[in-house]
Design a protein. Sequence first.
Length: 43
Amino acid sequence: MGVNTKGRRKLEYNGKMYYWNVQEDAEDYGRINLSISTNSNLG
């Protein structure tokens, strides 16, 4: 399954590409959420 990279920032670490974004959660009293994802298989 692919990762939607629109609006996300890239980070390369140990030769692997990760995508991350930060957003405010309006339903959780304005707390900040950090999401990190990758296209690579974990297994």
